[in-house]
Design a protein around this ligand. Structure first.
Ligand code: KIV
Ligand code: ZN
Length: 519
């Protein structure tokens, strides 16, 4: 669709699928639904909701998103085989605009070592599986995994074959983030020439960020004729991640003169989407991250501050408001009532039900007793807590530590409403607290990452702790997060939060799935 000669770029968001493949980014169904609602507010064209064959939990999440989110295409990923495709169809069929996204690798390196197929066998498989997907659903996307390292002629033959078989979108991934912007421009331009003969096909790209070029390559592809980009909020994804949605969209907006393209993204929802993802996964963005990082609009050097005070455009190419970042700092304190608290939640973009508001408000009052000013970041942490169903609740933690004693902790946990307690020593106070909790919950999860940050850099600041735990048996890693003025308490709470998430993940797995007959 053209608008004043500007072409429309479809934004295909894969935060819930490729993004979720980031270590520690696993989300439960409720969290995925929350994020999907926000992605719909953000205005993405396609939400890739998951990989339905991967687990019962993923299947249920895709199904729930398909059933609830209207007005957006909902895609489910499937390898190029009948079982995967039928499973994806069974989950996305509830959507108003369902998409089956099927993929297979086309590079010789994948054919030889991974798939052990000849080019001819691969071609047949790709074409037949697109036909199979097409027998269920009109919108079928085909991805040639590792396309950029594939032989261009062979890739184009496969692309033409799947288009003849009915694919409505053809996606060209740089799966391993190997391309450079000039090369990728030529590559896409060549493919575009061949596809144009095929009519109304969406040409999509999917760029990984291994050399930090994910966004640059996606933008080059747009210049070369791509009309869909696949990306994730905050750039999360496999390894170094995917091209970041906020960077692509902001570049198209700020440099309209170069790209001459528009998206359907509601830019004022960008920052909120980034924040919500951070809260849900516990994975923060680096402070200097473009668009959504803490310092993305901060001017530190005196000469810059002076310039900005005289005229903003001296050092600002866009305003923070453009991407939904507000300068107003409505600071709450212990005298603030529920009304002000609710207003604040709304201004931060949280849509909580009454029970969640009540829970967050109690936590807010407790915090306000300990801390004079409550900032937006504090509210974010409170809301993160109120979002989760809790099997375990930390009631008490006490650690004796210092340079002359070995740390010893005592904890009390409510487990399904029953109070349990235990004690343990450890290598440090945090380790001691976690060991005591583990004696009660017996999760066998292993801590694989621990991060503590200060929310606002003052002495009365809260410590914001993220703990990533791994459950080898379930092959999953999950991040728990909490904030408290005492970092040992924050750590114990973050650990309990991670264990609660693991528990929810388990319950989702056990949830009965509607029996689908594979056919
Ligand atoms: O990176 C990749 O190639 C993918 C495909 C499944 C699209 O994620
Ligand atoms: Zn990918």
């Amino acid at each position: 669709m053209e608008d004043n000669n500007f072409k429309k770029i479809k934004i295909f968001d894969t935060t819930l699928r490729d993004g979720e493949q980031s270590p520690g980014a696993s989300m439960n169904i409720e969290e995925k639904l929350n994020l999907a609602r926000q992605l719909a507010r953000l205005g993405v064209d396609v939400i890739e909701a998951g990989f339905p064959i991967a687990s019962e939990g993923d299947f249920e999440a895709v199904k729930a998103i398909a059933a609830e989110i209207k007005g957006v295409e909902i895609a489910g990923l499937a390898r190029a085989n009948e079982k995967d495709i039928y499973r994806a169809y069974s989950a996305v069929k509830y959507a108003e605009k369902p998409v089956i996204h099927t993929f297979i690798a086309t590079s010789d390196i994948h054919l030889k070592y991974k798939l052990k197929l000849t080019r001819e066998e691969l071609y047949e498989k790709a074409v037949n599986m697109v036909k199979y997907a097409k027998s269920f659903i009109e919108n079928v996307e085909f991805s040639a995994e590792d396309a950029f390292r594939s032989d261009l002629d062979f890739l184009c033959r496969v692309v033409e074959g799947v288009i003849d078989a009915g694919a409505t979108t053809v996606n060209i991934p740089d799966t391993v983030g190997y391309a450079t912007p000039f090369e990728f421009f030529d590559f896409i331009k060549n493919i575009k020439k061949r596809i144009d003969a095929g009519g109304n096909i969406i040409l999509s790209v999917h760029c990984h960020n291994d050399l930090g070029l994910g966004t640059a390559n996606s933008l080059s592809a747009i210049l070369a004729g791509a009309n869909q980009v696949e990306c994730t909020v905050n750039g999360i994804g496999e390894r170094a991640g995917n091209a970041a949605l906020e960077e692509i969209v902001a570049a198209l907006n700020v440099r309209k003169d170069v790209y001459k393209a528009v998206t359907g993204i509601n830019m004022s929802e960008i920052f909120r989407s980034s924040q919500l993802l951070t809260h849900i996964t516990g994975i923060s963005v680096q402070p200097n991250k473009a668009i959504v990082g803490k310092n993305a609009f901060a001017h530190e050097a005196g000469i810059h501050q002076d310039g900005v005070l005289k005229e903003k455009t001296t050092y600002e190419i866009m305003t923070p408001e453009l991407v939904g970042r507000q300068h107003d700092e409505l600071v709450l304190g212990k005298h603030s009532g529920k009304h002000a608290f609710k207003e604040k939640l709304i201004s931060l973009g949280y849509l909580l039900n009454d029970e969640e508001i009540e829970k967050a408000f109690v936590e807010f009052k407790n915090l306000a007793d300990k801390k004079k000013e409550i900032y937006d970041e504090d509210i974010d942490s409170l809301v993160a807590k109120s979002h989760h169903l809790e099997k375990y609740e930390l009631k008490y933690v006490n650690v004796v530590c210092g340079d002359t004693v070995s740390p010893l902790s005592m904890v009390k946990l409510l487990v399904d409403g029953e109070l349990k307690h235990d004690s343990s020593c450890g290598n440090g106070p945090v380790d001691a607290a976690i060991n005591a909790i583990e004696k009660i919950v017996n999760s066998k999860a292993k801590v694989i990452a621990y991060e503590v940050k200060s929310i606002r850099g003052t002495a009365e600041a809260q410590g914001d702790v993220s703990i990533t735990v791994e459950d080898k048996e379930k092959q999953i890693s999950i991040t728990g997060r909490s904030a408290h003025t005492d970092i040992v308490v924050a750590s114990a709470k973050a650990y309990v939060n991670a264990i609660n998430k693991l528990y929810i993940y388990d319950s989702n797995l056990k949830k009965s799935v509607e029996t689908e007959v594979y056919g």
